[in-house]
Design a protein around this ligand. Structure first.
Ligand SMILES: [Zn+2]
Length: 64
């Protein structure tokens, strides 16, 4: 087994020991951002206003 055989999946350069399997922090961050972009969607559509409205619905004013 030779760890030097692995290469950076982003740019193809030899991976660095500290940032395996990437060649450096730049490519590591790049890969991370790709993951975030695909998996996690930044909750920008959701506004704090929605929470306030849901709070109003919590008040039970049933005459029953
Ligand atoms: Zn790279």
């Amino acid at each position: 087994m030779s760890p030097k055989a692995s290469s950076c999946p982003i740019c193809g350069q030899p991976s660095h020991a500290e940032t395996r399997p990437f060649c450096g922090e730049r490519c590591r961050d790049r890969d991370l951002l790709q993951w975030l972009g695909e998996g996690y969607r930044v909750p920008g559509a959701r506004s704090p206003e929605a929470d306030e409205k849901s709070g109003d619905y919590g008040v039970d004013s049933n005459p029953d």
